[in-house]
Write a protein that binds this ligand. Structure first.
Ligand SMILES: Cc1cc2nc3c(=O)[nH]c(=O)nc-3n(C[C@H](O)[C@H](O)[C@H](O)COP(=O)(O)O)c2cc1C
Length: 189
């Protein structure tokens, strides 16, 4: 089994982001078959189709598109903003999806985890994001679903997962994702 490179996108730019801490926990618990790497999205200029149409895309878009192409799959770890996907993450998805016909997303497996201090664990963001992934032809892992609530109590002072039950779930999730990646990669290429 060859190791698969997975791009991790965090939908928050906050220094103490629970989602970034969760992304790091996923990286730490990932099996050998996956190599997870966070791809930064905070520096991407807002998508403007004119810049693509006039063939003068910002270099940050071009670098991002090339970088994303080099991965075998995608993991989205995101908060919910106003019951939907934070703008910074939606912008990154939009930038990667264009110019028309040159999307960097299609055909590679993905998964979505939402993390929130609130009780419903970012369910709205999680499913709005899945809606885009359907259109972008990114098969998103169905089970286990991951709507992680109560995030303020999940991490210790060093940013590590604070209890065994969440550690166990996150480990189960990333191992299931490894199987999802393997299955969907071999079936689709
Ligand atoms: C603009 C904005 C909108 C938010 N809307 C929601 C929401 O709809 N649902 C929710 O559970 N939390 C909401 N929150 C609270 C976030 O879940 C909380 O700030 C969380 O810590 C953000 O994730 P992070 O820790 O990774 O930065 C909102 C926060 C902001 C800044």
């Amino acid at each position: 089994m060859t190791q698969k490179k997975i791009a991790v996108f965090v939908g928050s730019l906050r220094k103490e982001s629970f989602n970034r801490k969760m992304a790091r926990a996923l990286m730490a618990l990932a099996p050998e078959s996956l190599k997870l790497e966070i791809v930064e999205i905070g520096g991407l200029p807002l998508y403007d189709q004119d810049l693509d149409d006039e063939r003068r895309p910002p270099s940050a878009w071009t670098v991002f598109r090339e970088q994303v192409k080099s991965f075998d799959g995608f993991l989205f770890v995101t908060p919910e903003y106003n019951r939907s996907v934070p703008g910074v993450l939606k912008n990154a998805i939009d930038v990667g999806s264009r110019p028309y016909g040159q999307s960097v997303w299609g055909g590679k497996p993905g998964a979505v985890m939402s993390v929130s201090p609130g009780a419903i664990g970012g369910f709205g963001a999680n499913h709005h994001l899945r809606q885009s992934l359907v259109f972008l032809d990114v098969p998103a892992m169905q089970q286990p679903e991951a709507y992680i609530g109560g995030a303020a109590n999940l991490f210790d002072e060093s940013g590590n997962l604070a209890n065994d039950s969440i550690k166990e779930f996150v480990s189960k999730y990333i191992h299931a994702f490894a199987v999802w990646v393997e299955t969907n990669t071999s079936n689709r290429r």
